[in-house]
Design a protein around this ligand. Structure first.
Ligand code: DC
Length: 249
């Protein structure tokens, strides 16, 4: 399988890690493997994707963190997230870098890593608005493709199987009932003041014009409501084996 990679604006620089994971599926002449894990907010996909990547020795990319990081930058710069043209302009001019380190993705803006701020309630409130701006999606899609260009990767998000890597044969959509998702997010927030409005975000993410949250036609859907993380990972690994991917075990 060959993945098609687009060109990126020069300021949007993302680069391959300085080390490569080599596993039994690597051949010198083959494209890296990309496993896409999509799903709505609090479906459990982050824990599943991180665990799967660790088990396979693949890189792990949380694309939602990139959209959150852009939202942080927009708010820090005092730009109105509802005003798409200045938001797009801001990002066009910013020095944005991303890379994989110890198997996980990092993104910086003018040298600053916003990671500690990504779960703040102001980010929860505006991230879907920022993520609906087509120029932002184009820029980040380029970065995500670039990151996965040179090593096997598990990437989670909303449009990874449908829009970012539509040609990967390894697509999973993790879902859970609204009640279970609300409970999981509440537990994650530890009773704090964040109150992530996950259903509102799901609605915005599913109804936006550019690459909305959809179930890719060829995705394998897993309802994680009654499964543990290891249960979901086990189901994914079983499916990967059925598809002929050498994943060990
Ligand atoms: O996975 P998350 O809840 O941290 O993602 C935050 C937001 O980022 C989500 O509400 C929509 C957006 N997002 C997106 O539009 N496309 C992606 N591939 C990943 C996230």
């Amino acid at each position: 399988m060959r993945l098609l990679y687009s060109r990126f604006p020069t300021r949007y620089s993302c680069h391959a890690p300085t080390f490569l994971h080599l596993s039994s599926v690597d051949k010198p002449d083959s494209s890296p493997v990309l496993i896409a894990i999509d799903g709505p907010a609090a479906s459990g996909k982050s824990s599943v994707a991180r665990t799967l990547a660790a088990r396979l020795g693949y890189g792990y990319v949380n694309s939602g963190a990139f959209y959150r990081a852009v939202t942080w930058f927009v708010l820090e710069q005092g730009v109105d997230p509802n005003d798409s043209a200045p938001v797009a302009d801001l990002l066009e001019k910013a020095r944005v870098n991303c890379w994989l380190q110890d198997g996980a993705s990092i993104i910086t803006f003018d040298g600053i890593d916003p990671e500690p701020h990504l779960r703040e309630s102001r980010i929860n409130s505006y991230v879907s608005t920022v993520a609906s701006i087509p120029e932002i999606r184009t820029g980040l899609t380029g970065k995500l493709r670039d990151l996965a260009a040179s090593q096997n990767t598990v990437m989670e998000g909303r449009d990874i199987g449908s829009a970012v890597f539509p040609r990967t044969p390894y697509k999973f959509y993790i879902d859970a009932s609204p009640e279970v998702r609300a409970m999981r997010r509440q537990l994650q927030e530890g009773g704090g003041p964040q109150h992530d409005q996950i259903l509102a975000r799901d609605y915005t993410d599913s109804t936006r014009r550019t690459s909305p949250l959809v179930i890719a036609e060829d995705a394998h859907v897993i309802d994680s409501s009654r499964l543990t993380i290891d249960g979901v990972v086990g189901e994914i690994i079983g499916r990967l084996k059925l598809k002929g991917l050498a994943v060990g075990g």
